[in-house]
Ligand binder design. Structure first.
Ligand SMILES: Cc1cc2nc3c(=O)[nH]c(=O)nc-3n(C[C@H](O)[C@H](O)[C@H](O)COP(=O)(O)OP(=O)(O)OC[C@H]3O[C@@H](n4cnc5c(N)ncnc54)[C@H](O)[C@@H]3O)c2cc1C
Length: 495
C-alpha cells in the first residue's frame, strides 16, 4: 500500500461493482493525481453478474435484464461515458396486456404501476368484474382516508386493497409491481418500492385522484423513450466497462471469489484461494449473503440484517417461434399473468396437469415488438419469466421440461401453435432481493453500521433499488463514500 496512492478493492463485478470501480478511477473525467489504485475481484467467469447476453438463433438475446428505465439517467449516462452512446436503442412499443377473466386484456390508460388513477378506462377494460369495478368506483364517492396520521412504511398490497379493492391488487398491482421484484405485494415496502403511494394515501380525497395529481407532477419532467436497451446486449456494457477499467490500469480479475476480509493495521486483507490482496478501502458490491459473510467478524449487526434479506429465484426462458406460429394481434410489449391464475382446463388436460394448476409463466415479452433490433427474419422471439417468491416449481424441473411446459402454457396465453424452433433457459437462483416493509430503515442501519468500519461501503441491488440505473447510482455513491473516508472528509449522502 503506497502512502500517496491508496488501494481500493471492489468485491463483485456486477453492474454495481463495475460502476463503483469506474467512479474510483475518476468516472467520466478519468483518473486524477492521487486517484486510488483499483482492484476488482469477481467470483464468476465473466463480468456483469445479472447482466448476461447469450446467443439464440444467430444473434444476442438477454438472459437477465433486457433494458433499463430511461427516467433515471444513470445507466444511459454510464453507457455514454464508456463510449456506447450510439448503441442505445429506444423501446419500440408501448402498452401491455394482462391475463384476466379468461383472456388477454389490454392494460388501460391511467395506471401508475398498476394502480388506477381513472375509473372509466379500467371499467371498459374488462379486467375487473362488475363487483370489482363498483368497489373501485366507491373510491370516488366514499374515499377511505387514512386516519392514523402521517404514514410510516407499510405493505403495498393491504394499502391499495383497502383503498381500491382486492381485485385491483390481484389483477393489476401484484402482476406489475410484484413482477419487478418477482415478489408479492402483500409484504412489499411502499416506501422502498412505490413511495408515491404514501403521499397519495395521506390525502383525504379519492385515492385515485390523489395519485393522479401526484404522478402527473412526477411525470412532467419525462421526455423521450421509457426504456433503453443496448444493440449488442447489456452484457456489452459490462464487457466495455471491464475493458475501459483495464485501460485505466485498474486490476480487474475474474474467478476470484473473496473468502474472507481481515483487519490489518489501518487497512484490510482480502483473502481468495489464490492469495491475499491488501486494501485501504473496500466496496462490497455482492448480493447480501456474501456481503454478510465477509462482514460478520467485524460487524455482526450489519451481517445479521443482511442475512435477513431474502431473495426470489426465477428463470428466463427465451423461445424462438416461426413467425406464422404466433397470431398478429398481440398487443404492446407483452403479457402479465396474475399469481395463482389456473391454466385453462383444455391446456391443462393436453399437458397432463392437474386441474386448477396455476400458470408457471408470470410474464411474457414480445421481443420483436419491444426491441426492433431483435427482429429476426421469419422468426419471433418470446421471453418468458417463471418463478417468484413463494413459487419455486420451476426449480424442480429440467430445462427440457421447463421449455415443454412453457410452450404448452403459451398456447393458451398468446395463442401460439406448433413447437418452438429453439429455446434457451437461464436460471437465476436467489437473484432478486425482496424489499419488505421497513426496508429503507434496515438499509439505513446497515449503512450506518458499516460506516463505522472506516473506508468500507456496500453497494448493489440489495439496498436502494434493483433496477440497473439504481445499482449504478448506488455503486458510484459507495465509491465516493470510500474516497471521502480515505481523504478524511465527510461521506456524501447515499443514493
Ligand atoms: C432475470 C432478471 C431480469 C431483470 N430485468 C431487469 C430489467 O429489465 N431492467 C433492470 O433495470 N433491472 C433488471 N433486473 C435487475 C438487475 O439486473 C439487477 O438488480 C442488477 O443487475 C444487480 O446488479 P448488482 O451488481 O447489484 O448484483 P449482481 O449482478 O448480482 O453482481 C454481484 C456480483 O458479485 C459477485 N460475487 C458474489 N460473491 C462474491 C465474492 N465473495 N467475491 C467476489 N465476487 C462475488 C457475483 O459473482 C456477481 O457477479 C433483472 C434481474 C434479473 C435476475
Amino acid at each position: 500500500m503506497s502512502p500517496d496512492r491508496p488501494v481500493v478493492v471492489v468485491v463483485g463485478g456486477g453492474i454495481a461493482g463495475l460502476a463503483a470501480a469506474w467512479e474510483l478511477t475518476g468516472g467520466a473525467a478519468g483518473p486524477r493525481p492521487g486517484s486510488p489504485s483499483v482492484v476488482l475481484l469477481e467470483a464468476g467467469a465473466r463480468f456483469g453478474g445479472k447482466l448476461a447476453t447469450v446467443e439464440l438463433c444467430g444473434g444476442p438475446v438477454e438472459a437477465g435484464p433486457d433494458g433499463f428505465l430511461a427516467r433515471r439517467p444513470e445507466a444511459a449516462e454510464l453507457c455514454r461515458e464508456v463510449g456506447l452512446g450510439d448503441d442505445l436503442v429506444p423501446v419500440g412499443a408501448s402498452g401491455a396486456a394482462v391475463w384476466a377473466r379468461g383472456r388477454r386484456r389490454r392494460l388501460p390508460d391511467g395506471l401508475v404501476l398498476g394502480v388506477p388513477t381513472k375509473l372509466l378506462p379500467i371499467a371498459r377494460s374488462g379486467i375487473l368484474s362488475l363487483g370489482g369495478t363498483l368497489r373501485l368506483a366507491s373510491d370516488l364517492v366514499v374515499p377511505r382516508p387514512d386516519t392514523r396520521g402521517p404514514l410510516g412504511d407499510r405493505s403495498i398490497g393491504p394499502l391499495v386493497s383497502r383503498k381500491l379493492g382486492h381485485q385491483v391488487v390481484d389483477r393489476l398491482v401484484d402482476p406489475l409491481v410484484g413482477g419487478i421484484h418477482a415478489g408479492g405485494v402483500e409484504d412489499a415496502s411502499v416506501a422502498a418500492v412505490f413511495p408515491v403511494l404514501l403521499t397519495a394515501a395521506q390525502e383525504r380525497s379519492s385515492f385515485m385522484r390523489a395519485l393522479r395529481r401526484t404522478s402527473a407532477q412526477a411525470s412532467q419532467a419525462t421526455e423521450g423513450p421509457l426504456f433503453w436497451a443496448l444493440r449488442g446486449g447489456l452484457g456489452s456494457l459490462a464487457a466495455r466497462l471491464a475493458e475501459r477499467l483495464a485501460e485505466r490500469d485498474a486490476d480487474v480479475r475474474l474467478a476470484q471469489p473473496v473468502e474472507a476480509m481481515d483487519r490489518v493495521a489501518a487497512g484490510w486483507l482480502l483473502r481468495t484461494k489464490e492469495g491475499e490482496q491488501p486494501a485501504d478501502g473496500v466496496v462490497l458490491a455482492t448480493p447480501a449473503g456474501p456481503a454478510a459473510a465477509l462482514l460478520a467478524p467485524h460487524d455482526p449487526q450489519a451481517a445479521g440484517m443482511l442475512r435477513a434479506l431474502d431473495y426470489a429465484s426465477v428463470a428466463v426462458v427465451t423461445l424462438a417461434f416461426a413467425q406464422e406460429a404466433l397470431p398478429d394481434d398481440l398487443f404492446g410489449t407483452g403479457l402479465l399473468v396474475p399469481r395463482k391464475t389456473p391454466v385453462p382446463r383444455q391446456v391443462a388436460d393436453a399437458a397432463a396437469l392437474s386441474r386448477g394448476e396455476p400458470f408457471l409463466v408470470t410474464a411474457c415479452t414480445y421481443l420483436w415488438a419491444k426491441w426492433p433490433h431483435l427482429e429476426r427474419p421469419g422468426v419471433r422471439l418470446l421471453r418468458v419469466f417463471v418463478g417468484r417468491s413463494g413459487d419455486t416449481r420451476h426449480q424442480s424441473m429440467s430445462d427440457a421440461d421447463l421449455v415443454r411446459r412453457v410452450a404448452h402454457e403459451l398456447t393458451a396465453l398468446v395463442g401460439s401453435t406448433g413447437e418452438p424452433l429453439d429455446a434457451v433457459v437461464t436460471r437465476w437462483d436467489d437473484a432478486l432481493p425482496q424489499y419488505r416493509v421497513h426496508h429503507p430503515l434496515r438499509v439505513a442501519s446497515i449503512e450506518a453500521s458499516v460506516r463505522r468500519l472506516g473506508a468500507v461501503a456496500v453497494a448493489g441491488a440489495a439496498y436502494h433499488g434493483i433496477g440497473i440505473p439504481a445499482c449504478i447510482a448506488n455503486g458510484r455513491t459507495a465509491a465516493k463514500e470510500v474516497l471521502a473516508q480515505l481523504a478524511g472528509a465527510p461521506a456524501p449522502s447515499t443514493a
